[in-house]
Design a binder for this molecule. Structure first.
Ligand SMILES: NC(=O)c1ccc[n+]([C@@H]2O[C@H](COP(=O)([O-])OP(=O)(O)OC[C@H]3O[C@@H](n4cnc5c(N)ncnc54)[C@H](OP(=O)(O)O)[C@@H]3O)[C@@H](O)[C@H]2O)c1
Length: 251
């Protein structure tokens, strides 16, 4: 599942899963565009990839802003020549019950997680079609796009819609040899949620996961590389959950 010689764009790569995905793709042979709004953090991630012998280019990108997407794509094409792999990872969540969810909070989540994925996928797919090379797009959804829990309504809506967008794009773009798949992580331990999962409420959630543990970032490596690399060349329009069986939790 190597990606030697491929050019990959990872959105939301200034930290968390995106930074990890960028690092894994670079270790697997790709030249990676490390993109997010906090470009100084992207520069740090790119430098650490380069220090380990990989190839990485930091890029400023706000996925929810068409002008920023167009500008970033121009920068990436001039730095790397094009994009073969897109990891649509940028995402935000808002924690509140529906009755306390403001219009602004709803728009922010949908603009980032859904419209952002659309804007970047459209720009990248157009460049792949024009280059005639095809490629692979992996949309980072969530098990909350397949099931629901309280207090994350707009997030769950955005991820469910992202899964449907994945299928629709896969159908239209197969003729251009562009594959589009959705990766749905369960609860993955990162710097941001580690403290929460150590609390009583956090451990109660872990007890409901059939494997009785959180996902670790490297649990996503092989699934990501399968969908991104030519190893998955006949896989398109699928949704791959990586969740320790969480979606199977008994009612
Ligand atoms: N962690 C989990 O357990 C988990 C589970 C299922 C799915 N996911 C999904 O995995 C993805 C990454 O999550 P994470 O846990 O790594 O979150 P995170 O640590 O909060 O990172 C989110 C990333 O998205 C970027 N971002 C946010 N808005 C952006 C925008 N408008 N334009 C460009 N980049 C933007 C942020 O960078 P800037 O602020 O620098 O722009 C940041 O790098 C998300 O799509 C999330 O829904 C995570």
């Amino acid at each position: 599942m190597r990606v030697d010689g491929k050019r990959a764009l990872v959105t939301g790569a200034s930290g968390g899963l995106g930074a990890h995905f960028a690092t894994i793709l670079a270790q697997s042979g790709a030249h990676v565009a490390v993109a997010a709004r906090r470009v100084a953090d992207c520069e740090k991630i790119a430098s650490s990839i380069v220090a380990k012998g990989g190839r990485a280019t930091p890029v400023r990108l706000d996925v929810a802003d068409q002008a920023s997407v167009s500008e970033a794509l121009k920068d990436i094409v001039s730095a790397m020549g094009g994009v073969d792999i897109l990891i649509n990872n940028a995402g935000i969540a808002n924690t509140a019950p529906w009755l306390s969810t403001s219009e602004e909070a709803y728009d922010a989540v949908l603009d980032t997680n859904l419209k952002g994925a659309f804007l970047v996928a459209k720009a990248v797919a157009a460049s792949m079609r024009d280059a005639g090379t095809g490629g692979s797009i992996v949309n980072i959804a969530s098990i909350l796009g397949l099931g629901v829990t309280g207090q994350v309504g707009p997030y769950a809506v955005s991820k469910a819609a992202l899964i449907q967008m994945t299928k629709s794009m896969a159908l239209e773009w197969a003729r251009f040899s562009i594959r589009v798949n959705a990766l749905c992580p369960g609860y993955v331990e990162t710097d941001i949620n580690r403290d929460f999962f150590a609390t009583e409420a956090g451990t109660a959630i872990i007890r409901r996961i059939p494997q009785r543990r959180l996902g670790q970032m490297n649990d996503l490596d092989a699934p990501l590389l399968l969908l991104a690399s030519d190893a998955g060349s006949y896989i398109t329009g699928t949704t791959l959950a990586v969740d320790g069986g969480h979606l199977l939790a008994p009612l």
